[in-house]
Design a protein around this ligand. Structure first.
Ligand SMILES: *[C@@H]1O[C@H](CO)[C@@H](O)[C@H](O)[C@H]1NC(C)=O
Ligand SMILES: *[C@@H]1O[C@H](CO)[C@@H](O)[C@H](O)[C@H]1NC(C)=O
Ligand SMILES: *[C@@H]1O[C@H](CO)[C@@H](O)[C@H](O)[C@H]1NC(C)=O
Length: 169
């Protein structure tokens, strides 16, 4: 009943702020933490897009840069993209997971997630997450273990050659 006595100024404010919220129909949320990972490990980055179900059809992507150019990460041979969604009141939360199964040194750089509400064209862009892929410290060890194995094989081969010679005579 109090509604009937609301001053005009308050009503205008309500209308104005609801316009503001409908402008911001999409937002992206994800960790800001820089990452340091060893090459060969897997990495999964999660981006959560929040939007109003009734206002938006969403297109969301992860991007990569190490220069002034941004590359969309859409190549299914290099990146696994998985998506799932939950609903919360009038909002929907869509998670976009970017998974790299085996990190390479060249994956170092900056990753960004963005989302566009296709109906209104409103876009939400996140910050850049820094990824530092470091060299695998045991790489050299693995290599020498492998050449050690080769050496034993060569010894075995030489031995059987000698045995063959002995047998012949
Ligand atoms: C979405 O997928 C991730 C990774 O597979 C999982 O951890 C999470 O529980 C899922 N969330 C929902 C709401 O299904
Ligand atoms: C920078 O990114 C491009 C495109 O993904 C890649 O080909 C190149 O190897 C990267 N450079 C470095 C130094 O990581
Ligand atoms: C990446 O991490 C290594 C090891 O922590 C560090 O020495 C190096 O300076 C880092 N590189 C960048 C570009 O942050």
């Amino acid at each position: 009943m109090q509604m009937l006595h609301l001053p005009a100024a308050f009503l205008i404010m309500v209308v104005f702020s609801s316009q503001l919220t409908s402008l911001a129909t999409v937002s992206v949320i994800y960790s800001r933490e820089p990452l340091t990972k060893t090459e060969g490990l897997s990495l999964s980055l999660k981006c959560t897009v929040e939007f109003k179900t009734k206002d938006c059809d969403i297109e969301a992507k992860w991007w990569y840069t190490n220069s002034s150019k941004l590359f969309p990460l859409v190549d299914p041979n290099s990146y696994l993209i998985t998506v799932n969604e939950t609903e919360r009141a009038e909002h929907r939360l869509r998670n976009i997971f970017l998974t790299i199964s085996s990190l390479k040194l060249q994956d170092s750089g900056f990753y960004q997630c963005d989302a566009t509400c296709l109906n209104s064209g409103t876009q939400a862009k996140g910050h850049f997450v820094h990824l530092n892929v470091t060299a695998e410290p045991n790489k050299g060890l693995k290599f020498s273990a492998w050449s050690g194995h080769l050496k034993t094989d060569a010894t075995a081969l030489a031995l059987s050659a000698i045995l063959l010679l002995l047998w012949c005579y």
